[in-house]
Ligand binder design. Structure first.
Ligand code: SF4
Length: 337
């Protein structure tokens, strides 16, 4: 997605959702208590239009529900308000998120008629067992079918996946990523599972029937997922739930809730690259590793975690990361004394 798009989110929490997915409480996740209606859309657009754009494009985004499964008497006014804003030039584009089993040719024709440009599909997993245990009510084949229809109809396609769902493993998450990549999305969002208070997953966890997906679990698996997407040229436009007041205030009971999960995963990738470079370096050495300047803090890690762990693991006198003219993602051994 272009960096010059300014997203104007409008939340429709749980509207159209035919099932209660075990992990989901959109009121906590989005921070919106009541679903938007046409008036909310108009007010949000007008408020955004009053602010300077600085060259960016405003994009209206319907999030937090199953947009295309919302009953038409509720869905059409939202689309009409979006189209009106498009026609008046107050926004440049519209995106929405929905379920794979709520997509067909008729639905896509409707979205096209109202000027929607991007469709986000919640795939969550490409393992049918994980989907069933998560109460999703659709299969991996539904994701593949819907993704193809969305692409063929000329929309931008964003796919969302989760890690750490009931029955999931790192290998299943990696396989999900590979199968999503095969669908050639324009971007993906990766959401490691968070246990939100009051959800079915919360009850399963309290009953000892679900083991939480910790921040450490999420960092480990995401450090393997990110390179897959990068090699395939698929942008990861979000990793981890956006922090909200509700989630930070205690609604995120356990699981992979961390405001900087993406940074932690990228930092883990540097840790593993540094490990490979330091193999064979004599204990007691003072080592300097080079990294591109924009990624220096990721290489060092939060609270210098990478430096401290690597110094300890390889018994080094010291380890420094220094900015160097290197491509992003690359580390180089600059000096060993
Ligand atoms: S995950 Fe999506 S489909 Fe499931 S309840 Fe939440 S918003 Fe609805």
């Amino acid at each position: 997605m272009s960096a010059r798009v300014h997203i104007l989110p409008v939340f429709v929490p749980h509207l159209g959702c035919p099932h209660a997915c075990v992990f989901c409480d959109q009121r906590s996740i989005s921070g919106a208590q009541r679903p938007a209606d046409a008036q909310t859309v108009r007010e949000a657009v007008e408020a955004a239009a009053a602010l300077p754009l600085k060259g960016a494009e405003r994009q209206l985004a319907f999030y937090g529900g199953s947009f295309t499964a919302i009953p038409l008497e509720q869905q059409l006014p939202l689309l009409e308000a979006a189209k009106e804003a498009l026609d008046r030039g107050l926004i440049g584009s519209v995106r929405l998120s929905t379920r794979p089993d709520a997509i067909d040719a008729e639905v896509l024709a409707r979205l096209r008629a109202y000027g929607v440009g991007t469709v986000e599909l919640g795939a969550q997993s490409m393992d049918d067992g994980v989907l069933a245990l998560s109460g999703r009510g659709h299969t991996a084949a539904d994701v593949e079918r819907a993704a193809r229809l969305v692409k063929e109809a000329g929309f931008k396609l964003i796919l969302q996946m989760m890690t750490g769902l009931p029955g999931d493993t790192d290998e299943k998450s990696l396989e999900t990523a590979r199968r999503l990549i095969a669908l050639k999305p324009d971007g993906v969002r990766v959401y490691p599972t968070v246990i939100v208070r009051g959800t079915a997953l919360h009850a399963l966890w309290l009953a000892g029937r679900y083991r939480e997906h910790t921040v450490e679990d999420a960092v480990r698996v995401c450090a393997r997922l990110l390179p897959l997407f990068e090699e395939a040229g698929v942008p990861v436009i979000r990793l981890g739930l956006n922090p909200t007041e509700d989630l930070s205030g205690g609604e995120a009971v356990a699981g992979a809730y961390h405001p900087a999960l993406g940074e932690l995963a990228k930092s883990r990738i540097f840790f593993e690259k540094a490990e490979a470079l330091l193999e064979g370096v004599k204990p007691g050495s003072a080592v300097t590793l080079g990294v591109c300047p924009g990624q220096l803090s990721q290489a060092i890690g939060q609270h210098r975690k990478n430096v401290l762990r690597l110094e300890e693991k390889f018994n080094l006198a010291s380890l420094r990361f220094r900015p160097a003219e290197l491509p992003r993602g690359q580390l180089e051994l600059l000096d060993v004394k």
